[in-house]
Design a protein around this ligand. Structure first.
Ligand code: 6PG
Length: 479
């Protein structure tokens, strides 16, 4: 067999599906796994694609099987294991060979790895891959960060395996070093916000309107035909319809309400905070997952405090309220995406990446977890208004926000009055209300800071760096 176009290390769920996708699209691939049994098993699974798969038992054999300069995808657990794998590989590689980390790496690790290889002649690509198992097998969204030269080497094979939105491949080179992994991290941050907002709406339907899982599935199914059409709404309907094969009821009703998280949401929040960009929807979603995991503490608090002593959600026109929920979710989603893109825009400057916003929206339209028609609208908005300060002030989105924020306000108010927690939905409303108000309340904060710490303040008439005067009022001893 001719030398392989590309190599892949790590035949776990994501790695093996990606390898089969690569082979299926006509590329020859060399594969290696830490345990040879898994490599043999994978080769059997490859079936008809075996003639494009070169299974290797040793690293020497694996490296020799790939055409130089060798692109090698490393698809293993993010963290130290990647560094170890790279160290093992390095002695066998030659100048211009490219190690590609396709895991959910922290972009700061990617920057470090990129830098460490700079003078070695070897190259590194940090590649975000989204779409889960199914996406890896049949077409993920791929976010590439690295040198343009290394991108050119892998462009053809990555384009062949990427998802397509109306024929347009969902893969792009987004910039140097950590750009790809940063964009993937923010993709996941948005994913967290999207999922949390859907869960809050589900909570209003379940606990406020007392609807059964199958009825809620009908609602989501309807919404998936409208402006909320997306993978996450689609799977929400599917999971709500699934039956528990033990008890027979809806499976979702017997799933423990403790959400896991592997780090990308938290990294999104940390990086947003580092750059001073508000990402309140993602923050609310990460905090909600943390709170969800404190199950025993929440149960104890319910015993001590009881549920809020408030009237149950009273809805006179159920259909109109459900229409409000749909619009509220759309408005809140716009807020979360606007924040995610604002973080990307700040990072682009901070790390000199020149991130292409319309391209990022474009490659998220298919293949990834947040894929939706809505991302096509974002692509258009950023293409038409590339210098917009924020997605919500682009003409198309400003119009939608104005059309839907009333529904968000009604839904958040109703939920709050009924004691139903809606932290992410409320965060979006707070964001809109703060962002659109030219005269805010931080003058009060500045006055307090200047009073107790002589931090100075700027005046509304343009004069800057004032201090006091604060009069001679004494602070009481008790305060
Ligand atoms: C994707 C997903 C994928 C994975 C997340 C889940 O884009 O394909 O985001 O990367 O499902 O890592 O993250 P949590 O375990 O933190 O929810």
């Amino acid at each position: 067999m001719a030398q392989a176009e590309i190599g892949l290390i790590g035949l776990g769920v994501m790695g093996s599906n990606l390898a089969l996708n690569i082979a299926e699209k006509g590329n020859t691939i060399a594969v290696f796994n830490r345990t040879t049994e898994r490599t043999d098993e994978f080769f059997q699974e490859a079936g008809d694609l075996q003639d494009r798969v070169i299974p290797c038992k040793t690293i020497e054999e694996f490296v020799a099987a790939i055409k130089p300069p060798r692109p090698i995808i490393i698809m293993i657990k993010a963290g130290d294991a990647v560094d170890q794998q790279m160290e093992t590989l390095k002695p066998y590689l030659q100048a211009h060979d490219i190690m590609i980390d396709a895991g959910n790496a922290n972009f700061r690790d990617t920057m470090r790895r990129f830098e460490a290889l700079k003078d070695s002649g070897l190259t590194f690509i940090g590649m975000g891959v989204s779409g889960g198992e199914e996406g890896a097998r049949h077409g993920p969204s791929i976010m590439v960060g690295g040198t343009e030269e290394s991108w050119k080497r892998v462009e053809k094979v990555l384009t062949s395996i990427a998802a397509r939105y109306e024929g347009d491949p969902c893969v792009a080179w987004l910039g140097e070093n950590g750009a790809g992994h940063f964009v993937k991290t923010i993709h996941n941050g948005i994913e967290y916000a999207d999922m949390q907002m859907i869960a809050e709406i589900y909570g209003i339907l379940r606990d406020g309107l007392k609807m059964q899982a199958s009825e809620i599935a009908d609602v989501f199914g309807g919404w998936n035909k409208g402006r909320l059409n997306s993978f996450l709404i689609e799977i929400s309907e599917i999971v709500l319809r699934a039956k528990d094969d033990i008890g027979g009821g809806p499976l979702v009703d017997v799933i423990l309400d403790k959400a896991g998280q592997k780090g990308t949401g938290k990294w999104s929040v940390i990086e947003a905070q580092n750059m001073g960009v508000p990402a309140t929807g993602i923050e609310a979603a990460v905090a909600a997952r943390s709170l969800s995991s404190m199950k025993a503490e929440r149960e104890a608090a319910e015993t001590t405090l009881g549920l809020p002593d408030v009237p149950a959600l009273a809805v006179s026109d159920k259909a109109a309220f459900i229409a409000d929920l749909e619009n509220a979710l759309l408005a809140a989603k716009i807020g979360a995406y606007a924040q995610g893109f604002a973080v990307l825009s700040a990072a682009s400057k901070e790390f000199s990446w020149n991130l292409p916003m319309p391209t990022i929206a474009r490659i998220w339209r298919a293949g990834c977890i947040i894929r939706s028609e809505f991302l096509d609208e974002i692509t258009q908005a950023f293409t038409e208004t590339p210098d917009a300060a924020n997605l919500i002030v682009t003409p198309a989105f400003a119009k939608t926000v104005k059309e839907t924020d009333g529904a968000l306000r009604r839904v958040v108010s109703a939920a709050v009055l009924a004691g139903l927690p809606v932290p992410a939905l409320a965060s979006a409303l707070g964001y809109f209300d703060s962002y659109r108000r030219g005269r805010g309340t931080a003058n009060m904060i500045q006055a307090q800071r200047d009073y107790f710490g002589a931090h100075g303040y700027d005046r509304t008439d343009g004069a800057d760096s004032h201090h006091g005067p604060w009069g001679s009022g004494l602070v009481s001893e008790r305060s």
